[in-house]
Structure formats: structure tokens, C-alpha cells
Design a protein around this ligand. Sequence first.
Ligand code: SAM
Length: 446
Amino acid sequence: MAVKKEYKRDYKKERTREPKKISDVKSTPRAKVNADGTKEFDQSTFFASCPKEVEYLLEQEIKDLGITRIEVEKGGVAFKAETEQALDVLLQSRIASRVFKELQVYTISSEKDLYALAKEKWWDKVFSVHQTFKINTLFDRETKENFTNSIIFSQLLKDAIADNFREKFGERPSVDTGRPDITFLLRVERKPGTALYNARILVDMVGEPLSNRGYREESLKAPLRENLAAAIVMTTDFNPDADIFTDTMCGTGTLLIEAILIRAKVAPTYLKIRKYIEKKIPVFDFIKHPWFMVDRKSQRVFDEKAQAIYNHSLAALNELQTRQFFGFDISDRALETTRIHLHNAMIDQQIVTLNKRDATKITPMDEAPGIVICNPPYGERMGEEEELKDLYKSYGENLKHNFKGFRAYVFTSNPLLRKEISLGTSKRHTFYNGSLECRLLKYDLY
Ligand SMILES: C[S@@+](CC[C@H](N)C(=O)[O-])C[C@H]1O[C@@H](n2cnc3c(N)ncnc32)[C@H](O)[C@@H]1O
């Protein structure tokens, strides 16, 4: 693959020093003190979504940001926080796909109730008649037993919003199902033991998913989303201060890059923040939401957080001198893509030793301790599975003979292929890559 011209650009010249610690601008909740001395926090409810089975990692990230009112749900974590604290989650989480702010919860018995209740809301406080919008509806399992068509719910909520605007202003905002200014999520959940439902209306604060960090070439398909790759690295026992990190089948470099960002303690949104600061691009949807556009304090806090991330990421990546990252692949194209992605991620190529090698024959490039990880091909096409059995078998044997003292991890969705690795599994974790059930298997090599 030809390397793009832009790939030659030297970011080092653009880097600045003196990082400001992110913790310096972390939000602390603002409390109203009541007459009796009790404190009342001006908090809203948020929902951060993530791939299934990694909710506990997201929960820990949210706790680490000082948020205490947390509820783990399937596919995400609900939490109560001030908007400025929720911005920390949006900016710092490696696991979240999106962050939503809850606007309203209605109790309904049918979709008609939803229309009647939603038509009365002050939608013009949420967005303007000149902005475009879209509604996605999700049912929980119990709701699906009674309602089959989530599109009807989306349409009725859309009608309620449109009629509300039309009655007040004589015109209505348009729907854009592609890239609207504002996206609502309607979650309909059955109230236990009743024939009633909670219709929860949330607004997406993010827009483009947080998993799209911004270092990938859009034209190239990679099997791992960035937040899933981060979750895999965070599930291993990788110790960034002591371990070498080897990806023996690195593909487009996602595991390597996420591990380097973890090592450098760089917020996963740093490339988006760079666009926001340097090009004034509103990289998150909330920046265009009316509440934010009139809230000077939130704007100032967000700008401070963004500047801290910008300064820290440039300095931390610039100062990273380590030689602990190694990537191998059998394909020239894969290695070239990894190089492009490293460049896009502003990671110095010197930090990662990339080599064209057959993973069934390689030996470690440095001494243990360390982790050796891979996400081998898993045989999507007919007949491919048989051919891959040998790869898995020989790879397992190579680990056994040449990687003594390392901790090995294999991430794959194929149960037949993973059985070909004749090593004892010391840990296993389930993940979902979209709807595909996958396992991360750990092998201790003595
Ligand atoms: C599923 S992809 C890895 C994707 C990677 N985790 C990413 O996020 O881009 C599998 C990779 O294994 C590589 N591969 C297949 N057989 C190999 C072998 N014997 N040695 C080294 N790499 C191999 C392929 O070229 C491919 O890039």
C-alpha cells in the first residue's frame, strides 16, 4: 500500500512541553447547602454504553473519576453526576462507546401515552428548530414480549417533537438519519410486576462513537474496535512499568496502540481534542447543544479539560522513550497499515519494533517479563477453518518452546480453533465483538 504524503508530516515539531496534570482540572460536584446543613448536588442521570461483558471495566473507570452513584446495567453503566463530571467520563473512558444524558422518564402503558406526554415537553430548550435530529429506540427483553416494532415508538416520539415545535413556532426541525445535530435514544423498559413501561429519553452527548479514536484509516477494515482492544489490554495483567508487550499478529496495530496509550496515560479522546483545539471542530455533539452553548461555566470547564488533555498527550507521547512494544505480522500490508496508524496516533515509530515474521516461528525480541498477545484470524469463510487449525496448533507449540517466562493471551471467537492450542488455560474472559462471542485465553508459560 502506498504511504500517503501526509504520513511524512513531523508532529514532533508541533509538540509542546509542560503537561498540565489532568487531575488539576477534575470536576468536584457543586453542592447547594440547605438550611439544615445538608447538601444537595445538582446532578443528572447519565448512561455510558459499552460492549457487552466489559461493563465492570467501565464501572471501575467511572469510580476512579470520583463518581459514586453508579448502577451497572447490561451494555453500559448508569451514573448520577454533575454534567462537568460526566464530561470526565466522556473524555477519559477507554471503554465507553457513548455517553447519554437522561432528559425525561415517562411511565406509559402504550405508545400513544408516549406521544401525549412527549408533546407537552419544552423541546426547544433541548434543541433548536433549525437543527436536525434522529431517534433510536431500544426495548428491553420484557418489552419485546409485548411490542414488536421499535420503529413505531421512534416515529411517535418524532411526531410529538415535531408537533410541539410546529404549535409553538409554526415550523418543525427536520429529521436526518445520517449525521444529525442531535440524537435521542428512547429506551423502553417494562416496570417489574406491572403492565407499565418506563420510556426513558436520553440525548447522545458524543455523536461519532468514542471507539473511533481517530487514528484509523477509514477505508481499512480492522476486526477490533478501539474500545474493545483497550478492554482486552486492560483485562490482561500487562504491567506498563515492567513488561514488554508483544503482539505476534498485529494486523492494523489496534492492540499495540491502545497499550501504548495506556502506558503513556494519554486520554483516548486526545486526537479528537486536537481537532477541537487546533481546528475548532465541534468533535462531540454536546458542543452544539443549546444548554452547552449558553452555559459559560461548562464551556470554560470543558475548555480547561480539553487543553489539559492536549498538553499532556503531546508531552507524554513526545517523552515516551520506551522500547517495550513489539509487533509482528506475516503480511506487509498489515505492517504498513500499523505504521500509518502509529503515525496518525502521533506515536513515534521508534517505540514499536515492527517486523515481518511468521508467528509460529518467532522468538522473543527481549527478555521476560512480558505479555505476548494475538488476535489470530478466526476463519470466517468456508474451508478456512481447516487451514487455520495448523496455525493455532503450531502457534501454541512455539509459545511453549520459545516464550518460557511470558504470559500469553489469545483473543479469538472460534471455539474449534482455540482447542488446537495444546496449552493449559489459566484464565478465560468472554467478550463480544459486536454480536460475535469471543474469548481471551491466558496461558502461563513455564
Ligand atoms: C484478525 S487479524 C488481527 C487484527 C488486529 N488485532 C487489529 O486490530 O487490526 C489477524 C492477523 O494475523 C496475521 N497472521 C496470519 N497468520 C500469521 C502468521 N503465521 N504469523 C504472523 N501473522 C499472521 C494476518 O496477516 C492478520 O493481520
